[in-house]
Write a protein that binds this ligand. Sequence first.
Ligand SMILES: Cc1cc2nc3c(=O)[nH]c(=O)nc-3n(C[C@H](O)[C@H](O)[C@H](O)COP(=O)(O)OP(=O)(O)OC[C@H]3O[C@@H](n4cnc5c(N)ncnc54)[C@H](O)[C@@H]3O)c2cc1C
Length: 248
Amino acid sequence: MPQVTLNVQLLETTQDPVSVLYSAYRQCYSAEFAADLLKEDFKKQEEFVKKMAGSGHESPLEHVKFTFAVEGVSRVLTHQLVRHRIASYSQQSQRYVKESDFDFIIPPSIEEDEGLKSRFIETMSKIQTGYNEMLKALAEKGRTHEGANEDARFVLPQAVETKIVVTMNCRELLHFFQERCCARAQWEIRNMAWKMLLICRDRLPAVFGNAGAKCISLGYCPEGERFTCRAYPLKEEVLKRRRAASRP
Ligand SMILES: Cc1cc2nc3c(=O)[nH]c(=O)nc-3n(C[C@H](O)[C@H](O)[C@H](O)COP(=O)(O)OP(=O)(O)OC[C@H]3O[C@@H](n4cnc5c(N)ncnc54)[C@H](O)[C@@H]3O)c2cc1C
């Protein structure tokens, strides 16, 4: 029943993503057939893709996808992750996989405090005992293996470790990074989003070179006074400056 930490691995991505995106973008503006358009060298294709992706023409970005395997995350994280609807998910089941020795995630604010940390671990241990007792009692009542797992899991904490495979196309990834790389996002999903972003940047800099929190593309922070991290000026401040500058 140990504490575990985040692990993000790239399982697969579209082969020749630059060529796929180049063909898709060029098809929009060319009388020629997409399959015959790959005459330019890689550097020229990459420059074109970078220019088009930066222009806000986003739908061709849906042709390229990334699949990640993620482990060492809590159900707190995956509950937030699966709210992103333009994606595919396969998550470890708590019906088919027994949690009789579950791992868990400790938040940094608890981890850094020895007293809190030991109370947290003690709580996990008590929940583990309760879960195992529930499993045993349900089995004695004649529930099947999955049946007992399915009901005993109701006592599990949100800190319980889970594993998930996620596939997103580039357009959704850019949106996901805008929301989840922001300082406003919850720390665990933010850490995961940053790991995914670094992998995407490495594989496809033409698309992800400038990706990140939404303030990067907006040029201002839309979060308001209470939540801003101040990396960018507030939206209101930018609008006020623009209004003042446009006054006759
Ligand atoms: C800091 C933060 C705090 C949050 N707090 C809460 C909270 O307190 N409670 C809560 O319930 N959620 C909360 N969320 C989750 C949030 O409301 C979204 O559900 C989540 O971020 C998924 O994003 P999304 O809906 O933009 O995009 P995705 O599902 O990733 O879809 C991408 C884009 O596709 C389009 N799209 C997708 N589906 C539709 C549709 N049906 N109709 C029209 N357009 C669509 C939209 O343009 C959308 O932005 C929070 C998210 C963040 C980042």
